[in-house]
Every structure is written in structure tokens, then in C-alpha cells.
Design a protein around this ligand. Structure first.
Ligand code: NAD
Ligand code: IPM
Ligand code: MN
Length: 350
């Protein structure tokens, strides 16, 4: 039997609530003993910061790095909480993990499951994956303010795009397209962001020359939001930068049954560092502590984790259990734990 060392970071708000259910499902799918998760729990996030002043220490990062994979809930306190004014948990914890562990692929699949109502009247077939760059773009923190706090303040945020960083994520996106419906859409804003846009476009064109079977399309990001709403079926693989990918994937979640269903993987494909799986949503302070969060996104993130580990059969069992649970939903409210219990029970039977 195989043992996988899993770092579990429940985080803040609804993070611990949804991760409890994701772990429940992982335990159910590994109950027959073929695969065992040796879990280490890391208490990180706003509560830890308020208690100790630490966000993510070098020791934490070192300890997390020794694991084979990471399961994360959500981090971030209540926006505007004055006690968190001096900290940036999102940057200091989540982005530090993504950058330090070189998670250059932020993989965000979008599927409209059978029985799930979309807010779109005629959604058609919604089944695409956003390959969001994870380590560059405006997220690098390469900015600064001049004359801060004065009427002359100038606040700069710099988007960093390297040929190396763009090429590796574009290559990954083409590989995804080869395994799917062979259609790749680059989303950018080449008409305004001409330097980065030109680099992305040239690299996509160059890599496309090695993938004759893949149809390549380009959309400006503003137009992409139109088509995500009017014709989502046109998308198979979307490749885009870190910030556009962030925004598009909340929209993608909304058209496919809501943010409570959207899973993601922060992936280092070659496995030099552990990859990290997490729901797309945040800590949802508005519903935290009330057992109102849908744990499905976190549970589907464990399926992505299992597939990344090469355990496709176990991943499919989780996905089938989720598909069945979604199809059987009646609209009656269930608690976070009730949804987790129902999915875990289906996993145990399938
Ligand atoms: P959010 O995703 O936390 O919440 C947006 C809305 O979606 C809220 O109304 C919330 O109740 C709802 N929602 C989210 N997850 C849900 C679920 N599983 N089931 C049902 N409803 C759900 O986004 P936000 O409000 O912009 O951010 C809250 C905090 O989370 C901020 O501190 C933000 O920085 C942080 N955040 C963290 C992550 C992460 O850890 N990956 C992602 C996004 C936001
Ligand atoms: C996400 C979140 C993060 C992001 C924030 C919390 C840093 O919105 O995972 O989508 O912007 O990547
Ligand atoms: Mn986001």
C-alpha cells in the first residue's frame, strides 16, 4: 500500500468547515487501505496571526514542503477587520505558498453538472478548464507607492511576464487541449497591455505550431466575459494570466452552479514541490461558523488532488459521488456536514 504525506491547511472562516468534509470524503475513498494519507494539520491564517503575529514562517514553509501534497480551505479574515490592517494574510500565506512552491499552473475546471441550475437560460454544454498562470502577472508584488498618503500619491502595480513563465504555462495548456476537445483560447488584453500581450500572443503562436491538431483562438478579456455568459460552450481550454484568470474563474463558477462547486489545483507539474488543492472560493465571513457553506468545491478539490497523485480511479469515485449527490439535490437546505456525510456515504458504496 502507498502512503502519501498530506499537509492540511483549513485556514479561516468556512475553510475549516469545508475541509472537515473534504477530509471525511478522502477518508472514505481510502478506507480499503490501498492508499493512506498521513496528514499533518497546519493552523495558519487570521486566527494564528492574531494570536502570534505570524502569517507563514520559514519553518512553516519548510515543514509544508516536506509533504507530497497540500489541501487548503480558504484564508483571509473579514475584509476591513482593523486588527488585520497590518497583515496581508492572502499575500503572506496563500500567495507565498503558490510562489515559493512554484505553482505555475492554477488549474480551474468548470463543469455544469447534470441537474444543476445555471443562472443562464440556455447554457448549453459547459465543460472547460481555465489554465491560469500562478506565479507572475500583477500578483508578483512588484509595485510601490510614492508620496503615500498625500494628495500626490502615485500607486504602482507592475505586471511581470517572463518568456520562461509564459511558455511553461502555455505548454501545459496545449497539453490539456490535446487531451480534451482540442480547442485553446488565449485570453488577454493585447490591445492595451501591448508588451505583455505581445509576449503571450507570440508564445501561443509558437507553441501552436507544435500542436497542429489544436484550434487556437484569441479573445480580449472583456469580450471573454461576454461569451462566458452568452456562449460558454465555445470554450475548452482557456489560458490566461494570473489576474484575468482570477476574475474569469469566479464568473465561470457563477455560470456553472455557483462558487460552492468550483475546485482548483495549484500545480507544479514536474513535482519539484508539492502541489496544493483548494476551492476557488474564499473564507466567506458572511456565512462562516453557521454550517451554511457548500463543501462540494473542497471535495472536488480532493478529486483533483487524487488525480494529480496518479490515483485516477479514486478521483473518479469522488467525482461520481459528487455528481450523484448534485443530481439528487432537492433544494432543501442541508448543513455543510450533511452534504459531506452524504457524499462520503456514496463514496463508501461506489
Ligand atoms: P468569498 O469567496 O469568500 O465569498 C463570496 C461569496 O460567496 C459570499 O457571499 C460567500 O458567502 C459565498 N460563498 C463562498 N464560498 C461558499 C461556499 N462554499 N458555499 C456557499 N457560499 C459560498 O469571497 P470574498 O467575500 O471576496 O472574500 C472573503 C475573504 O476570503 C477575503 O479575506 C478574501 O481575501 C479571501 N479569499 C481567499 C481565497 C482563498 O483562500 N483561496 C479566495 C478568495 C477570497
Ligand atoms: C483565489 C483568490 C486569491 C487570488 C486571493 C485570496 C489572493 O481570490 O484563489 O482566487 O486572487 O488568487
Ligand atoms: Mn479569486
Amino acid at each position: 500500500s502507498r502512503t502519501v504525506k498530506l499537509a492540511v491547511i483549513p485556514g479561516d472562516g468556512i475553510g475549516p468547515e469545508v475541509i472537515a468534509e473534504a477530509v471525511k470524503v478522502l477518508d472514505a475513498v481510502t478506507a480499503d487501505g490501498g492508499l493512506a494519507f498521513e496528514k499533518t494539520h497546519f493552523s495558519l491564517g487570521a486566527d494564528r496571526y492574531l494570536a502570534t503575529g505570524d502569517v507563514l514562517t520559514d519553518e512553516d514553509l519548510e515543514a509544508i514542503s516536506t509533504h507530497d501534497a497540500i489541501l487548503l480551505g480558504a484564508v483571509g479574515g473579514t475584509p476591513g477587520d482593523p486588527r488585520l490592517a497590518g497583515a496581508n494574510i492572502e499575500r503572506g500565506l496563500l500567495l507565498k505558498l503558490r510562489f515559493s512552491l512554484d505553482h505555475y499552473v492554477n488549474l480551474r475546471p468548470t463543469t455544469l453538472f447534470p441537474g444543476i441550475a445555471s443562472p443562464l437560460a440556455n447554457p448549453g454544454e459547459v465543460d472547460f478548464v481555465v489554465v491560469r498562470e500562478g506565479t507572475e502577472g500583477p500578483y508578483v508584488g512588484n509595485g510601490g507607492a510614492i508620496r503615500a498618503g498625500t494628495p500626490q500619491e502615485v500607486a504602482n502595480e507592475v505586471s511581470v511576464n517572463t518568456a520562461y513563465g509564459v511558455e511553461r504555462v502555455v505548454r501545459y495548456a496545449f497539453q490539456q487541449a490535446e487531451r480534451r476537445r482540442k480547442k485553446l483560447t488565449l485570453v488577454h488584453k493585447t490591445n492595451v497591455l501591448t508588451f505583455a500581450g505581445s509576449l503571450w500572443k507570440r508564445i501561443v503562436d509558437a507553441v501552436a505550431a507544435e500542436h497542429h491538431g489544436v484550434t487556437v483562438d484569441y479573445l480580449h478579456v472583456d469580450a471573454a466575459t461576454i461569451f462566458l455568459v452568452t456562449d460558454p460552450a465555445r470554450f475548452d481550454v482557456i489560458v490566461t494570466d494570473n489576474l484575468f484568470g482570477d476574475i474569469l474563474t469566479d464568473l465561470a463558477a457563477a455560470i456553472s452552479g455557483g462558487i460552492g462547486l468550483a475546485a482548483s489545483g495549484n500545480i507544479n507539474p514536474a513535482g519539484a514541490f508539492p502541489s496544493m488543492f483548494e476551492p476557488v472560493h474564499g473564507s466567506a465571513p458572511d456565512i462562516a461558523g453557521q454550517q451554511k457553506a457548500d463543501p462540494t468545491a473542497a471535495i472536488l478539490s480532493t478529486a483533483l488532488l487524487l488525480r494529480h497523485l496518479g490515483e485516477s480511479e479514486l478521483a473518479e469515485r469522488v467525482e461520481h459521488a459528487v455528481t450523484a449527490d448534485l443530481a439528487a439535490r432537492t433544494g432543501a437546505a442541508r448543513t455543510t456536514a450533511e452534504i459531506g456525510d452524504a457524499i462520503a456515504a456514496r463514496v463508501a458504496q461506489n
